[in-house]
Design a protein around this ligand. Structure first.
Ligand SMILES: *Cc1c(COP(=O)(O)O)cnc(C)c1O
Length: 224
């Protein structure tokens, strides 16, 4: 059964605009990143036909399989990497993505910096913060954010635009969004990637500039 992607997109965009108004934030400050991971090109096309241009994928290889073709067919696609990055995929990631949300350790920062230098192509970068300090989750621990941002800047010469988080599944998300906002403000960062299908409206009052919404647009994914 295929989801009504165009209708879902419209619903989500309306909800984003409503949350912006309620939070007295300027209309349009929040970018919808439509998370198309696990969905194939035929399932993504209705979103492109409806005018959506910003998409998120969590695996480099999967994105390489479907996006070059879609980009040939549709102008102005902006592709975001929202999943963990391995350093042996840094070259491919820098070549394919416009924004990388998951810079979270020196090894990755160094590899991405080297590729930006080598390719002369610079995706915008977010640092992922493990706001819930979950053992199994990627991201920099909150206490290490300032130091990691400093080394991105000074050691690797990277420009970081913002912070990203994935709150723990069982926690109320708002305190995590507030924490991410606090760290961004303290470090003079303008962008915040936070909020998914279940909680994007809660992220907007805390200054989300990018919400990452998948299943509410494309339908439920098979369990990994
Ligand atoms: C899959 C994914 C999303 C989208 O999740 P939904 O609940 O389907 O909206 C957002 N962010 C990241 C990092 C993801 O991996």
């Amino acid at each position: 059964m295929s989801a009504d992607v165009a209708a879902n997109l419209e619903t989500i965009l309306h909800a984003i605009r409503r949350a912006e108004r309620a939070a007295q934030r300027p209309e349009g400050v929040t970018t919808l990143v439509a998370v198309s991971k696990t969905f194939d090109a035929d399932e993504i096309r209705p979103a492109l036909d409806a005018g959506q241009r910003v998409f998120g994928e969590n695996r480099v290889q999967e994105a390489q399989g479907k996006w070059p073709g879609l980009r040939e067919a549709y102008q102005g696609v902006e592709l975001h990497l929202i999943g963990p990055l391995q350093s042996n995929k840094a070259a491919d990631a820098v070549a394919l993505f416009d924004v990388i949300h998951t810079i979270d350790r020196p090894k990755i920062a160094r590899a991405v910096a080297a590729e930006i230098e080598a390719q002369g192509r610079a995706p915008k970068l977010f640092v992922q913060v493990n706001t819930g300090e979950e053992e199994q989750k990627a991201g920099v621990a909150p206490r290490d954010v300032d130091g990691f941002l400093k080394s991105c800047r000074e050691e690797f010469g990277l420009t970081v635009d913002g912070l990203m988080c994935i709150p723990p599944f069982d926690d109320p998300p708002a305190p995590h969004f507030a924490l991410l906002q606090k760290h961004a403000r303290r470090n003079g960062l303008q962008k915040l990637s936070m909020g998914m299908s279940a909680d994007f409206a809660d992220a907007i009052p805390f200054g989300a500039t990018h919400v990452r919404v998948g299943s509410a647009i494309f339908g439920t994914r098979p369990k990994p």
